[in-house]
Design a protein around this ligand. Structure first.
Ligand code: ATP
Ligand code: MG
Length: 288
């Protein structure tokens, strides 16, 4: 880190702990005035928020609102046009590629869609980060892999291929892989999307268990409301690339902003309603 960035880091840590005198832990992630573009189109508009250490944050919002883009920005995969992202005192915009790679070893990430390697067994998938980033010998890697699979309830599935697992088991295996390096911060993008409600609740339980057992900072992107309310200490609601609301589950439930209510009460957008009206008129005409 350059001298200027190091000084900025000290400043931000002091500021964030000052601004949150009630919490006994410093901010794990600080985001200030973040703007992210794809080409000429700005998709994240001037976002600012803090995530405290050992806190579980859910990032909520409709499809296309910018949740995945925000998560990708937090782990350094998207470069902001302007603004600052501080992870444990490191400014992502200032650090070198080598420093970013070092910092990433402290993250566990489970992307939207899970993305296990189909040609590798579950055990090989989970062991992959250790093979790439550690100097552990084969026997130690095998032990860590077993422990991680046990943590997610997949003991005994080391030799199965992803295609032989159910959707929920695949998600669990992806979580096990995210846990392999004993991360300080876990990022999940839609961990329970496409799963039936019982399996989805199982993934929520797993996240709650990780939170209690390891005091990790956990960032979960989701549009599943039930799940978001179950696991969150605080929630960030994003609408069309801007923060609409931020607060505890109770604060969000009490928020009377019409757009927040529309999202939390699942009221369809007028443009979608217009499409539904059009379909209704069309099918009515066909029925005549
Ligand atoms: N690689 C990309 N190139 C160009 N535009 C993109 C790219 N990825 C996302 N976008 C656009 O950025 C906006 C935000 O997309 P993003 O994937 O962050 O939304 P999301 O909230 O995660 O949606 P979902 O709930 O459907 O996963 C959308 O308008 C999308 O079309
Ligand atoms: Mg997404």
């Amino acid at each position: 880190m350059s001298g200027q960035c190091a000084a900025k880091a000290d400043l931000m840590l002091t500021d964030s702990s000052k601004s949150d005198a009630s919490a006994d832990h410093a901010a794990a992630i600080v985001v200030r005035n973040l703007r992210v573009n794809y080409g000429n189109r700005e998709v994240l508009h001037d976002l600012s928020f803090d995530i405290k250490a050992a806190e579980t944050i859910t990032i909520l919002g409709g499809s296309g609102s910018g949740k995945t883009t925000l998560l990708r920005s937090l782990i350094g995969l998207e470069k902001p046009v302007s603004g600052e992202i501080w992870i444990r005192g490191h400014d992502l915009c200032c650090i070198s590629a080598a420093e970013l790679a070092g910092l990433r070893k402290k993250f566990g990430v489970s992307f939207q869609g899970g993305a296990l390697f189909g040609s590798m067994t579950v055990g090989e998938n989970v062991a992959l980060p250790l093979r790439e980033h550690s100097r552990l010998d084969d026997a130690s890697i095998e032990v860590v892999t077993r422990i991680k699979l046990e943590e997610v309830g997949l003991s005994g599935y080391e030799d199965f291929y992803p295609a032989q697992l159910s959707g929920g088991m695949k998600k669990r295996a992806a979580v096990a892989r995210a846990l392999t390096m004993d991360p300080q911060i876990l990022f999940f993008d839609e961990p329970s999307a496409g799963l039936d409600p019982i399996i989805a609740a199982g993934i929520d339980d797993l996240i709650l268990k990780l939170k209690r057992a390891f005091q990790m900072t956990i960032v979960v992107v989701t549009h599943e409301l039930v799940s978001a309310f179950r696991i969150a200490d605080r929630m960030i609601l994003i609408d069309k690339g801007s923060i609409l609301a931020i607060g505890t589950p109770d604060e969000l439930k009490a928020n009377q902003h019409p757009r927040v209510r529309q999202f939390l009460d699942r009221v369809p957008d007028p443009e979608n309603s217009a499409n539904e009206d059009y379909l209704e008129r069309l099918t009515a005409r066909l029925r005549l």
